[in-house]
Design a protein around this ligand. Structure first.
Ligand SMILES: NC(=O)c1ccc[n+]([C@@H]2O[C@H](COP(=O)([O-])OP(=O)(O)OC[C@H]3O[C@@H](n4cnc5c(N)ncnc54)[C@H](O)[C@@H]3O)[C@@H](O)[C@H]2O)c1
Length: 402
């Protein structure tokens, strides 16, 4: 049988010095089974076309994402977009996502999903109505070590979970960088473009997703403080949420953009009745397990041996997370990092898109990448934290799951 053609991906955003489009477009090309073929790269149509003409490899440029989506029906099937990738500021997630879903095109969207919970709810409803793949780019779920952490916690190897510290600390907004014209800073501190929470929406949602994915626990109520340290900034640059967990445990979900010395310091510590798991994205190739009265165990990706006295047999691992030990990776010691994590997310999304196109059942169930419900949960968390913070950190319940 001939190999299937690569999937065609269309970009929404990404022109003129944009950031996250590039890790994505590299990750899309990682396996040779996906490629970027088109883009609506900038809000101004003229510049959007120029940026597409100057793209490092040939792509079809469009003046707007509305044109790009509308054009699909005019193209022969093999030239149509198989999914779109949305890499615009937060306020330009909802509209292209909704237009693509209505046209039957799967969507991989950056986080936070939207700027309001109401928009997120509309997207969940549309995805369910259309039964179509939808992914949210919570990057760090794509590390093999995050998947391994999920296995360890969910298999009960740490006992009952008592306490989780999930954090994302940065220092890049410790001064008023937005006044210098730095493009990534400007929209992130503007509530109209970022949403009600700056730091919480931008990176607190990653910390939340890491907690939910690894532990399988949900947040039931929060006592949150959203704080502004840099004078004149209209939106939080420091975010702290003390949380009650669905199993009765406790968690801290925290984020900061004024913590000088921290770069992209996302990490998680999960403490159970038998031991603690520690993982940091700046050192993403290993997971440390601390058991009471024993030396630490450090597991490196690619060098994990089932049945080693802590881990059970491969057959037992497969019962909880089928395929974990066979996920495509490179040999240990050749480091995987940020781009590999993105590639793993796109690879898993591709599998669901191909099943969708073949009319087969696909999962899109949040086990391999965050889905639209996870995106909704991020927005529900932010809304609840904003409400709590407005009442000086009063305990505030999360809304029921959608
Ligand atoms: N998953 C991650 O690790 C991660 C990291 C960084 C950013 N992000 C998210 O990615 C998104 C983009 O962030 P960024 O830092 O790359 O921003 P950026 O400012 O660098 O890039 C945004 C791009 O969108 C374009 N754009 C804006 N409005 C548009 C429109 N109407 N039509 C077409 N293009 C338009 C801009 O011109 C620019 O090219 C944000 O939602 C952010 O939260 C995620």
């Amino acid at each position: 049988m001939p190999s299937p053609r690569p999937l065609n991906v269309g970009l929404v955003g990404g022109g003129r010095g944009a950031f996250i489009v590039h890790p994505h477009q590299r990750a899309i090309h990682f396996d040779g089974t996906r490629r970027v073929v088109a883009g609506a790269l900038f809000p101004d149509p003229q510049i959007a076309l120029e940026e597409a003409a100057n793209w490092p490899y040939p792509i079809k440029g469009y003046g707007s994402y509305t044109e790009m989506i509308a054009d699909q029906k005019n193209l022969p099937p093999e030239q149509r977009l198989d999914y779109i990738l949305i890499v615009t500021p937060n306020h330009v997630h909802f509209d292209p996502a909704m237009k693509a879903l209505e046209a039957g095109i799967p969507v991989f969207c950056e986080k936070p999903l939207t700027v309001t919970l109401e928009e997120a709810e509309q997207l969940v409803k549309k995805v369910r109505e259309k039964n179509i793949p939808f992914g949210v780019a919570h990057t760090y779920l794509g590390h093999w070590t995050t998947r391994f952490s999920r296995y360890i916690v969910r298999a009960g190897l740490l006992g009952d979970i008592r306490w989780v510290d999930s954090y994302y600390l940065q220092g890049w907004l410790a001064t008023k960088l937005e006044d210098t014209g730095q493009p990534q800073a400007a929209w992130r501190v503007d509530p109209k473009r970022a949403g009600g929470s700056g730091c919480g929406g931008d990176i607190g949602t990653h910390a939340l997703m890491q907690l939910r994915y690894v532990t399988g626990l949900e947040i039931t109520e929060v006592s949150a403080n959203l704080e502004i340290f840099v004078k004149g900034r209209p939106i939080d640059d420091h975010f702290t949420a003390y949380c009650h967990l669905s199993n009765g445990g406790r968690a801290l979900v925290r984020a900061s953009q004024i913590s000088i010395g921290h770069l992209n310091d996302l990490g998680i510590e999960v403490c159970g009745t038998k031991g603690t798991l520690v993982w940091r994205q700046e050192d993403p190739e290993c997971v440390t397990i601390k058991l009471l009265g024993q030396p630490d165990r450090v597991y490196y990706r690619g060098a994990v041996t089932p049945g080693d006295g802590f881990l059970p047999s491969k057959e037992e691992i497969d019962k909880v997370m089928p395929g974990l030990m066979e996920e495509p990776t490179i040999p240990s010691g050749h480091p995987e990092a940020f781009h590999d994590a993105f590639a793993r997310l796109h690879r898993c999304f591709e599998a669901d898109v191909r099943k969708y196109q073949a009319g087969q059942p696909f999962k899109c169930d949040g086990t391999k990448y965050a889905n639209v419900e996870d995106g909704w949960m991020g927005m529900a968390f932010i809304k609840t934290c904003l409400e709590s913070s407005a009442q000086k950190g009063a305990w505030t319940p999360m809304p029921p799951k959608i």
